[in-house]
Design a protein around this ligand. Structure first.
Ligand SMILES: Nc1nc2c(ncn2[C@@H]2O[C@H](COP(=O)(O)OP(=O)(O)OP(=O)(O)O)[C@@H](O)[C@H]2O)c(=O)[nH]1
Ligand SMILES: [Mg+2]
Length: 212
């Protein structure tokens, strides 16, 4: 399945909100609830087909929510086209930190335009332990021009729907911002590979020019 575009995206939010479980579940296509905290940054890649048949390759940085990794994570904000901003609907402190992540994301944005950001309230299966209502999260999302969805890492179909919506929005956004640094066409990828191999061969020639 040959892709036409590569989208570089990121997933952010407090520790234990369920970011890695979500990424893994999406990548594998079955529920993969994680137990281990992410150290620094992980990476997920997958191909995805849009409604018009366009195939995109999605590269997603799965970041650690722990404070200790904050400085490392900031370097991954560069050159992305979209972000999933996570909180846990059973944990108010994770919701209160959303504002911090959003400001950080906008501060380090290297494009001139805003990116697609979806606010995700995770662990929707834990209905009895919910402390953030759908309405409260939706109000925050509207005030900050974000889309709002809820997910459970036990519901694979819902995750697939969220990701489809995410990529469709980025694709539509890309039409208006052709120079988004987080979106590359496959041609550009090929071109840059050709250029880098050309560059390598020139460097090698230079290196051995004075050799007997
Ligand atoms: N009930 C329920 N538990 C979940 C869900 N998603 C994740 N969990 C649990 O929440 C805990 C944290 O999940 P992770 O996916 O590691 O969270 P994270 O956001 O990647 O955490 P860091 O890597 O530390 O930033 C784990 O014990 C998971 O089993 C969910 O949708 N429902
Ligand atoms: Mg993680």
């Amino acid at each position: 399945m040959t892709h036409q575009y590569v989208f570089r995206t990121i997933i952010l939010g407090s520790a234990k909100a369920g970011k890695s479980s979500f990424c893994k579940t999406y990548a594998e296509g079955y529920s993969c609830v994680q137990k281990e905290a992410t150290i620094g940054v992980d990476f997920v890649a997958k191909k995805h087909q849009l409604d018009d048949g366009t195939i995109i390759k999605v590269n997603m940085w799965d970041t650690a929510g722990q404070e200790a990794f904050r400085a490392i994570i900031q370097s991954y904000y560069r050159d992305i086209c979209g972000a999933l901003l996570f909180f846990d609907i059973t944990d108010r402190s994770s919701f209160e930190k959303v504002d911090f992540w959003l400001k950080d994301l906008r501060h380090f944005n290297t494009c001139k335009h805003d990116h697609v950001v979806i606010l995700v309230g995770n662990k929707s299966d834990l209905k009895d332990r919910r402390v953030i209502s759908h309405n409260e999260a939706l109000t925050y999302a509207k005030e900050n021009q974000l889309l709002y969805v809820e997910s459970s890492c036990y519901d694979v179909d819902n995750i697939e729907t969220i990701m489809h919506h995410f990529y469709t929005s980025i694709y539509a956004h890309y039409c208006n911002h052709e120079n988004c640094k987080g979106v590359k066409t496959n041609d550009e990828n090929t071109k840059s590979k050709v250029f880098s191999s050309l560059r390598d061969s020139i460097t090698t020639r230079e290196k051995y020019r004075n050799c007997c």
